[in-house]
Design a protein around this ligand. Structure first.
Ligand code: HEC
Ligand code: HEC
Length: 226
């Protein structure tokens, strides 16, 4: 009885390890590691793409899958700094993948979690109309977030600065708790970030995170299955 249990346990453990290895392999097979940091320990190099070692904390899986099938431009400044993008008749935004690979890659990316993440969950309740208007004003005017980040204006047009990643689709792209952590302790994700530190209490960090979740590009994520 006991030995049978141990054998099953042993096989189960082996399979679990095996599946982790296979998952990590697809990110290696597809050479993601040549442009993205996939482990916090991989510090000796400069990467052309953004860090993904906390992808499972940062992104929504449906968005990841969509991005891998049909990439969008998130950091518009690349159009200026990356001459390769403008070569040829089409923009080569990112390697693209078909359904099956996009699913497997999304699955692997969602397993990349940053263990040091502080967990102080933000409520997903929508902001009241009044509070949303107040935060929107602060986002645009008081803190000037839009001087570096693109967002949508009332007419649904993209406007805003390009030195930071676009927030036009933040509500479909980012996880609310990650956003709050980013506003609180950006240095745990990017040791020397370029975004200014704001003096905000945790209430306001949470309100900003809820506000960013309302920024959605209509129809951007149609496919809701992981
Ligand atoms: C040739 C370099 C290169 C390779 C190879 C590459 N990427 Fe990227 N990736 C980039 C760049 C550059 C961006 C930034 C795009 C932008 O901001 O517009 C990016 C963006 C991303 C994003 C969005 C991240 C964010 O913060 O917005 C994800 C997810 C991603 N890549 C996943 C992958 C995966 C998975 C692979 C392997 C299958 C891969 N990439 C291979 C260069 C690369
Ligand atoms: C001076 C330019 C600047 C201003 C102003 C600014 N940001 Fe940023 N922000 C950045 C940059 C640059 C990044 C990318 C991270 C980095 O390179 O450090 C970033 C990253 C972010 C991210 C993570 C996005 C991602 O996809 O990685 C969020 C969320 C964000 N900023 C929200 C805000 C909010 C909310 C405000 C206003 C309270 C704001 N930012 C003001 C420059 C700015």
């Amino acid at each position: 009885m006991t030995s049978k249990f141990f054998i099953l346990f042993y096989i189960g453990g082996f399979l679990a390890l095996f599946s982790i290895a296979v998952e990590a392999e697809i990110l290696e097979d597809k050479n993601c590691i040549s442009c993205h940091r996939l482990s916090a320990k991989d510090t000796g190099r400069v990467f052309t793409g953004p860090d993904l070692h906390f992808a499972g904390d940062k992104f929504q899986p449906n968005w990841l899958k969509q991005f891998l099938k049909k990439p969008e431009l998130i950091r518009p400044s690349r159009l200026i700094t990356d001459p390769n993008l403008l070569q040829g008749p089409n923009l080569t935004l990112h390697p693209t993948f078909l359904e099956e690979d996009a699913n497997a890659l999304t699955h692997s990316l969602m397993n990349l979690k940053f263990t040091g993440q502080i967990i102080n969950p933000v409520t997903t309740d929508p902001l009241s109309k009044g509070l949303r208007a107040k935060i929107k004003y602060q986002f645009e005017r008081t803190f000037g977030c839009i001087s570096c980040h693109q967002s949508l204006n009332l007419a649904g047009k993209v406007r805003g600065g390009i030195s930071g990643p676009s927030l036009v689709n933040a509500g479909n792209r980012l996880q609310i708790n990650w956003v709050a952590n980013w506003l609180k302790t950006p240095e745990i994700y990017i040791p020397k970030g370029r975004m200014p530190r704001y003096k905000m209490g945790s209430d306001m960090q949470h309100q900003f995170s809820r506000f960013l979740m309302t920024l959605k590009k209509e129809g951007a994520v149609l496919d809701n299955s992981e």
